[in-house]
Design a protein around this ligand. Structure first.
Ligand code: NAD
Length: 288
């Protein structure tokens, strides 16, 4: 006997219900990427690695269609393979977020491939650990270009799309280094301070469009960026100063990002800078 046609569920809680005597295996369809629970698309920059990759995985598991955008083409291929269980609901887009024309083109491509854009995660970023008076102007400008201007360009292009789809949510990735004077973080900290202020202004300006904007401010997270940047003695100092006594796993940041993107769960939260830092900001500052 053929199964009767069935409408796509529009709520997260609808997944996996079987009121038709098992005729539809919704979980299997959902997982294969045949259908998305909420028909909602998310654009994740820096999606090839670390926090961005973990966010993409969490969002796919929550029913989003996800475009992972990154300038690292090989990393993107690896990430797509890691997320293969979600089928066509995860697509990859090569993108340098500092390239204005490329950002516009990627956003248009994403709209075609992942459906209505309702979420953005700005995780693409670069970092540096260098004394104040050794930083070159070119290094400083490059960090601002990727971390601040890149975040702005992606968000601006996304907002244009979201205005046509009825709103959405944006999560920018800031850092505890944008909120405290951490040693070696002159340029990086300045860039993340910029992301924080930009997040607040965006939240105020875009609220009337139904677009919420928040930032997650992680403490040390065990990602490729940090493994390259934190020598063992530095790592030890962080572990002593973070009250929870360890680095975060990227998944611990991703669940918070997914919460802030979810219009059902965080509908009244906008303009917030949410520390996910093991208690670091409550305690103090890195001085060694
Ligand atoms: P990561 O290096 O693992 O991932 C960053 C990704 O961004 C990489 O895949 C990289 O290719 C991509 N990227 C860099 N420049 C880009 C550009 N111009 N265009 C497109 N993609 C670009 O690092 P991560 O630790 O996952 O960092 C993600 C974000 O979280 C960054 O903004 C970082 O500053 C922030 N953050 C990280 C930590 C931490 O401890 N890991 C703490 C606080 C904030």
């Amino acid at each position: 006997m053929a199964c009767p046609p069935r409408a796509v569920s529009t709520s997260l809680s609808g997944r996996g219900r079987s009121g038709d005597g098992g005729c539809h295996d919704e979980d299997a369809e959902f997982k294969r990427g045949v259908r998305s629970v909420n028909e909602r698309g998310a654009f994740v920059t820096g999606g090839a690695s670390g926090i961005g990759l973990a966010a993409a995985r969490q969002l796919a598991a929550d029913g989003w269609s996800v475009a992972i955008a990154d300038r690292d083409a090989a990393g993107l291929e690896r990430a797509e393979a890691e997320l293969a269980e979600w089928g066509e609901r995860v697509v990859r887009l090569a993108l340098d977020v500092t390239d204005e024309a490329a950002v516009a083109a990627a956003m248009a491509q994403a709209a075609e491939r992942i459906g209505p854009l309702r979420g953005v995660v700005n995780s693409a970023g670069i970092a540096q650990n260098k004394p104040f008076d050794e930083i070159t102007a070119a290094e400083f400008r490059r960090i601002l270009d990727v971390n601040v201007v890149g975040t702005f360009l992606v968000a601006r292009a996304a907002v244009a799309a979201m205005r046509t789809t009825g709103g959405g949510a944006i999560v920018n990735i800031a850092s505890i280094s944008g909120m405290r004077g951490n040693l070696g973080r002159t340029a990086y900290g300045a860039s993340k301070g910029g992301v924080i202020t930009m997040t607040q202004v965006m939240a105020v300006e875009l609220a009337r469009d139904g677009i919420r904007v928040n930032a997650v401010s992680p403490g040390p997270v065990d990602t490729p960026m940090v493994r390259a940047l934190h020598p063992p003695e530095y790592r030890g100092a962080f572990e002593r100063r973070v009250p929870l006594g360890r680095y975060a796993r990227p998944e611990e940041i991703a669940t918070v990002i997914a919460f802030l993107l979810d219009d059902e769960r965080s509908s009244y939260i906008t303009g917030q800078i949410l520390g996910v830092d093991g208690g670091f900001l409550a305690a103090g500052v890195m001085q060694e």
